[in-house]
Ligand binder design. Structure first.
Ligand code: 1HE
Length: 259
C-alpha cells in the first residue's frame, strides 16, 4: 500500500475545510493509501466545519485509480477493493457536511467517481471528463455505475466507456458533470465561495438535502411525499428555522434576487 502521510492536506478556514489531494507527481492517482487518507481527513474534521471543498494539487484534479496497484490484484481482492471504495465514497456522499469539488484538468475514471460522490461540482475551463476504464479492459468500481448515470444518463456513460469519449469543460458542464463552469484557475476560489455560503445554512436543511433528497428520488412517489413531509416538519420546527423566518418577516433577511 503506497501511503505517505502528506498525500492529503486539510486547511481549516473558519466554517469550511479545504481538503487537497496532494500527489501531483502521480496526477493524484488514487492508491489505497491515498483513499485511506481521504477517509481519515473527512472523518477528523471538527464539528465547527459546516462544508468542505475537495480539490487536487498540480495540473489535474485526479487521474483515477492508481493503476500500478491493479496489476497483481485477484478477483477476491478486487471485490474487497471495490467495496472499500464504496464505503469511503458513500461516507463522503452521506457524511455530515456537503462537499464542493473544485475540478481542473483530468477528472477521469476513479477521479470522476470521487467527484460524483461530492454534492456540488465546480469545473474550471481546463477540466475534462472521461472514463478510461473501458480502454484499460476494466470496469468502474468506485460507485460510478450508480452515481454517474444519475448525473449524465446511462447511455452517455455507456458511450464514454465503450469509445473512450472525452468531454471538455463547457460541454461537460452543460451535460451535468458539474453545476458551475468557471475560468481556468478559478475553481478553488469559486468552490470556497460556495462552501462558505452552504456552511451558513441551517444544519437540518443541509442534512435533509444530503440524506433525504437522494433517497426520496429513489422512493415511489407516495413514499417520497411522506418522507418529505417528515423532513419538512423536522426542519421547520428547529429554533434556527423559526429565527430565520422571523428575520425575513421583520425585514432583516436578504430577499431573493435575480443576480
Ligand atoms: C498514474 C496514473 C494512474 C498518471 N495510475 N499512475 N486512469 C487512467 O487511465 C488515466 C491515466 N492517466 C492519464 O491518462 C494521464 O496521466 C493524465 C491525462 C491524467 C495526465 O497526463 P500527464 O501527461 O499530465 O501525466 P503523465 O506523464 O501521464 O503521468 C505522470 C505520472 O503519473 C506518470 O508516472 P511517472 O512515474 O512516469 O512520472 C504516470 O504513470 C503517473 N500516473 N495517472 C498510476 N491512473 C475504483 S475503480 C476506478 C478505475 C479507474 O480509475 S481506471 C482509470 C485509470
Amino acid at each position: 500500500m503506497t501511503s505517505k502521510k502528506d498525500e492529503v492536506s486539510v486547511e481549516l478556514r473558519g466554517t469550511i475545510a479545504v481538503v487537497t489531494l496532494n500527489r501531483p507527481g502521480k496526477r493524484n492517482a488514487l492508491s489505497d493509501g491515498l483513499m485511506a487518507q481521504i477517509e481519515a481527513a473527512f472523518a477528523s474534521l471538527p464539528d465547527t466545519v459546516g462544508a468542505a471543498v475537495l480539490n487536487g494539487s498540480g495540473d489535474h484534479f485526479c487521474a483515477g485509480l492508481d493503476l500500478s496497484e491493479l496489476k497483481d490484484r485477484n478477483a477476491v481482492e478486487g471485490v474487497h477493493h471495490s467495496r472499500t471504495w464504496h464505503r469511503i465514497l458513500s461516507g463522503l456522499e452521506f457524511g455530515r457536511i456537503p462537499i464542493i469539488a473544485a475540478l481542473h484538468g483530468a477528472v477521469v475514471g476513479g477521479g470522476l467517481e470521487l467527484a460524483s460522490s461530492c454534492h456540488i461540482r465546480v469545473a474550471d475551463d481546463t477540466a475534462f471528463f472521461a472514463l478510461p476504464e473501458g480502454s484499460r479492459g476494466i470496469f468502474v468500481g468506485g460507485g460510478g455505475s450508480v452515481r454517474i448515470p444519475k448525473l449524465v444518463g446511462t447511455h452517455r456513460m455507456m458511450d464514454m466507456m465503450l469509445t473512450g469519449r472525452v468531454y471538455k469543460a463547457a460541454e461537460g458542464v452543460q451535460l451535468g458533470f458539474a453545476q458551475y463552469h468557471v475560468p481556468a484557475g478559478s475553481a478553488l476560489e469559486k468552490a470556497i465561495e460556495i462552501a462558505t455560503r452552504v456552511a451558513s445554512n441551517a444544519p437540518m436543511t443541509n442534512y435533509s438535502l444530503m440524506h433525504g433528497l437522494p433517497r426520496i428520488a429513489e422512493q415511489p412517489a407516495d413514499h417520497g411525499f411522506f418522507t418529505e413531509a417528515l423532513l419538512a416538519s423536522i426542519a421547520q420546527s428547529a429554533p434556527e428555522a423559526k429565527a430565520r423566518v422571523r428575520d425575513f418577516l421583520e425585514g432583516r433577511a436578504a430577499k431573493v434576487k435575480a443576480s
